[in-house]
Design a protein around this ligand. Structure first.
Ligand code: NAD
Ligand code: UFG
Length: 339
């Protein structure tokens, strides 16, 4: 029997790429998204790319009665891949209650509705941000956890909440996936990240410089203890990340309990490494300036993802060059994103 997966936040950046991989792997897909940070167009593209249909509900995960209606109408939802959430670190410091309401209260409501409908399988989007400033790299899943901003605290709280839910009822199966830095886009160039306003993250910012919407890249900090002084991160192709979710579905079997995996490549690249690779993809030198450090940033962050390989058989395949080429294909084909 084909398994039906509910994808919350499925119209968003990582969610839409995951829908492609789920459909290509033969799953039935039901998406719930309130379109706060996405366009329904992404789901149209997902269906064009795969040649398969999905079901979409424009709904908010905090709306318990609507969510209950969806579960009842869809009947046999096997599990939920839960992407829906707000994700801007800076914004979370300005409007923390909105973040706690959307991310924490939203997930609590979602889990209540799931339990009521006897669906107790969930894969949750966590983040490398839960490691705070790691004492060493590569980061393993059992490293100490901490949060330095409200966004990070929502992820940390939700990891704890989902563990408590399992402890209270062992019929739950929970997979916590800690993503490192997703970049890249589907190889068609028709599905990618479409941020609202001026991007906070490095690669979307560089891409807008490349299409002439922004003047130059600001490199936040050039005096870190790294190979060239700029911050080092573990960038991972969004398609690899999406495939990680399909691999994680195998942990949603009875008695699996709570599993936690880092999804990264294990390689660290600096801001200047990314600029260089993007220059190559774009075919010219993009302007940048060295700027002060951004408050709250850490020097270096990259994953040990060997646990995901051992237990899920998953590992990232795409290299940094490919990540930049695919990012640029998307941005150059669609300078205004889905608009
Ligand atoms: P995104 O904003 O593109 O996708 C999130 C989607 O959730 C959007 O389509 C949005 O409209 C929807 N949404 C938000 N609140 C909702 C609600 N209450 N009800 C229904 N839909 C709602 O972000 P993304 O980059 O695809 O991230 C997906 C998840 O992964 C998020 O939980 C994010 O915190 C997490 N994550 C992202 C990154 C990253 O760098 N992109 C890193 C680590 C973790
Ligand atoms: N950077 C710049 N200039 C910019 C933007 C970023 O130099 O305009 C630098 C940052 O200082 C950092 C690196 O580029 O060294 C990456 O920054 P991003 O903002 O792209 O990503 P972060 O590592 O800060 O954070 C991202 C997500 C978080 C998530 C974290 C770990 O935004 O939500 O990855 O998964 F928690």
């Amino acid at each position: 029997m084909t398994r039906k997966i509910l994808v919350t936040g499925g119209a968003g950046y990582i969610g839409s790429h995951t829908c492609v991989e789920l459909l290509n792997s033969g799953y039935e897909v039901v998406v719930v998204d309130n379109l706060y940070n996405a366009s329904e167009k992404s789901l149209q593209i997902v269906q064009e790319i795969t040649g398969k249909n999905l079901t979409f509900y424009k709904a908010d995960i905090r709306d318990a009665s609507k969510m209950d209606e969806i579960f009842k109408k869809e009947k046999n939802i096997f599990g939920v891949i839960h992407f829906a959430g707000l994700k801007a670190v800076g914004e979370s410091c300005q409007i923390p209650l909105t973040y706690y309401d959307n991310n924490v209260a939203g997930t609590v409501t979602l889990c209540e509705v799931m339990a009521k409908n006897n669906c107790k399988n969930i894969i949750f989007s966590s983040s490398a941000t839960v490691y705070g400033d790691p004492h060493k790299v590569p980061i393993k899943e059992d490293f100490p956890l901490s949060a330095t901003n409200p966004y990070g605290r929502t992820k940390l709280m939700l990891e704890e909440i989902l563990k408590d839910v399992y402890t209270s009822d062992n019929n739950w199966n929970v997979v916590l996936l800690r993503y490192f830095n997703p970049i890249g886009a589907h190889e068609s160039g028709d599905l990618g990240e479409d941020p609202n306003g001026i991007p906070n993250n490095l690669v979307p910012y560089i891409l807008q410089v490349a299409v002439g919407k922004l003047e130059k890249v600001n490199v936040f900090g050039s005096d870190y203890d790294t190979h060239d002084g700029t911050g080092v991160r573990d960038y991972i192709h969004v398609v690899d990340l999406a495939k990680g979710h399909v691999s994680a579905l195998k942990k949603l079997e009875p008695q699996s309990g709570v599993s936690v995996y880092n999804l990264g490549t294990g390689n660290g690249y600096s801001v200047l490494d990314i600029v260089k690779n993007m220059n190559k993809a774009v075919g010219r030198e993009l302007p940048f300036v060295l700027a002060p450090r951004r408050p709250g940033d850490i020097a270096t962050c990259y994953a040990d993802s060997s646990l995901a390989f051992r237990e899920l058989g998953w590992r990232a395949e795409f290299d940094i060059e490919r990540m930049c080429v695919d990012s640029w294909r998307w941005q150059s084909k669609h300078p205004d994103g889905f608009k």
